[in-house]
Design a protein. Structure first.
Length: 306
């Protein structure tokens, strides 16, 4: 994620820019939640490979004008090709795990495990990014892991293969974020296109082994799956460009609200106490880590422990 200093914005432009950024972030998160609910609906009939194949093909059609505008040079000049390839593979792995877990678990439960992604990034950043993490953020990381264990409910029925797949997916998502931070000069279009193409290739290889001829209405929903995902990416990227990250990033956690509501009204999922408690702990730890990173980024806080 990119962040911007509030000094970049004229004082009289703060309020409208902030409101627009919040609105776009909230819309992007809602579209992602809608996309996830749509994916859960379709995964009951179609395989993960088929979903990724049609979703990615539709997304590429939607991306075509942006890809044309970028031209080939943006793709060939992308820094660190190996990291770019690894990032695309991880993006495919995490979305495949996500949809596979959705076939067996409530939407809110899967989303809860994925909320821990930024916490994993903080835990791995000293080893993979060379960043210093002080005791405050390590404490938040431990609290986040504790939240995952609460949501996992290892003494109950939540400890299932699907839950472990969801955790593996969230870990892949965190590695994806680390890879993204290692290629900061890459444009959004190149990043989104590479992961979409990788998912398409995965779908082409895997989908024929479990192909279900889609009905017309499902074909439209499968196409919508790709379109909503691209729209969500654009809303969130635009949000981060017109308003400071400190203003808009916390609204990403509204995803759990939408996951609970959509899960209840569409699938009849009733959230468990352990899931809600785990989600609350993960969100609190994630927000604290985000605040600490912002404090450390301020010029007057250079000497402050991380």
């Amino acid at each position: 994620m990119t962040s911007s200093s509030s000094a970049q914005y004229p004082k009289d432009a703060h309020a409208p820019r902030h409101l627009a950024g919040i609105g776009l972030m909230a819309l992007g998160i809602f579209l992602f939640a809608l996309n996830d609910a749509l994916g859960k609906w379709l995964i009951a009939t179609y395989s993960v490979g088929q979903l990724l194949l049609i979703r990615s093909a539709a997304a590429l059609v939607f991306l075509a004008p942006l890809i044309w505008r970028e031209r080939l040079v943006s793709f060939t000049a992308a820094p660190r090709p190996f990291i770019q390839l690894l990032r695309a593979v991880l993006a495919t792995l995490e979305v495949a795990c996500f949809y596979w877990a959705l076939a067996y678990m409530p939407l809110a439960d899967v989303m809860t495990f994925y909320l821990a992604g930024p916490i994993y990034v903080t835990a791995m950043s000293p080893f993979l990014l060379g960043e210093k993490v002080g005791w405050r953020r390590w404490a938040a990381v431990l609290a986040g892991f504790f939240g995952v264990m609460i949501a996992l409910n290892p003494s109950g029925q939540s400890l299932s293969p699907a839950a472990l797949v969801a955790i593996a997916g969230s870990f892949s998502f965190s590695l994806l974020m680390i890879c993204t931070r290692l290629v900061p000069g890459t444009s959004d279009v190149v990043l989104v296109t590479s992961q979409t193409v990788a998912a398409l290739i995965f779908g082409v290889v895997v989908a024929p082994f479990a192909w279900t001829p889609p009905r017309l209405e499902d074909s439209l929903l499968l196409i919508l799956l790709g379109v909503t995902a691209m729209m969500a990416h654009m809303c969130i990227n635009r949000s981060l460009k017109i308003a400071p990250a400190t203003v808009v990033v916390p609204y990403q956690y509204t995803t759990i609200v939408w996951a609970v509501l959509l899960g209840f009204f569409i699938f009849g999922d009733i959230p468990t106490v352990s899931m809600l408690a785990g989600a609350a702990t993960i969100i609190a730890a994630g927000l604290y880590i985000f605040v600490r990173e912002r404090v450390r980024a301020r010029p007057h806080a250079v000497a402050e422990p991380p």
